[in-house]
Design a protein around this ligand. Sequence first.
Ligand SMILES: C[S@@+](CC[C@H](N)C(=O)[O-])C[C@H]1O[C@@H](n2cnc3c(N)ncnc32)[C@H](O)[C@@H]1O
Length: 296
Amino acid sequence: MQHVCHMVLIGNVGEVKNVDPRKKRPTPHFMQDKVTDSDSKWLPAVEIDPSEVDGALVTEGKWFTKKVSNTDHSIYYLSSESNHTSKILCRSDADIEEAQYEGGFKVWDCTYHLMKYLCLNNPKARFIGKKVLDLGCGNGFLGILSIYLGAEVVHFQDYNDIVIRNITIPNVLKNLQKCSLPPEKCKFYAGDWKSFSELNSFKYDVILTAATIYNSKCYGKLLSVFEENLESSGSVILAAKSHYFGWGGGTRKFEDYLQQNSKFETSTLWTCSEGVQQDIIEIKFQTKDSVNGLSS
Ligand SMILES: C[S@@+](CC[C@H](N)C(=O)[O-])C[C@H]1O[C@@H](n2cnc3c(N)ncnc32)[C@H](O)[C@@H]1O
């Protein structure tokens, strides 16, 4: 992932029919006042009601399926190339533009690694009856997988409301329809992590997050979501590259950051060292035993 590049790479993009986000709601999120955070401006968190979303995206969309490894499930998702949408969001031709567009239209590799890991490693215990947050969800594959694996409540958060409206919500509604589950099972949020917890005090058993730690400037607010929204016995499962060239963040830097914070402990669940190393790590609140070195 490059901070500045000259191609707009939007793979697996939902078919954004008649996309003009300015027509979708009276006050588009990206036109609202932004929250100043160091040298950047970030949009405040908002909840998005799925009933506001154009139903034609679900009924008339061009649907693709992705078989989920080791299960009988296939995830339905919208797909097409659409540079149109990214051009609305990015002033330059970048795949991510800080605080403007954070890359949610594309499905990033880390998500596929994490999906496979979750399916192969005790999925029932991790998901049945659990409250799950797909943080920095993009297309929402991790949250949708959680629904198929038996989660009771699944919430989705992405920085860009245009991603939530045009990709995440249609994808989630289509998959809920497929397994005859009610839309009330899911909630959707857009905006910056900094104000997410002020808007939403819900506590999750599991927070899933993939390709979200490239920008170390956001580590403080990401950690505050973990602190405020994770159940005391819950866990964050995070998938990321060990290092993001051009950004400087990655699992190594994030683990160092967590160590300084001292509230959390981490363990590496999976590592792939082909090409740029990718890791899946689990993050939990420290317990008295883990502080005293007594945990297994
Ligand atoms: C590279 S995309 C990854 C999308 C998806 N998880 C995947 O793996 O396909 C990074 C995601 O992190 C989220 N994100 C990054 N910085 C954020 C911030 N400061 N506040 C809220 N969300 C942020 C965005 O929603 C964006 O979709």
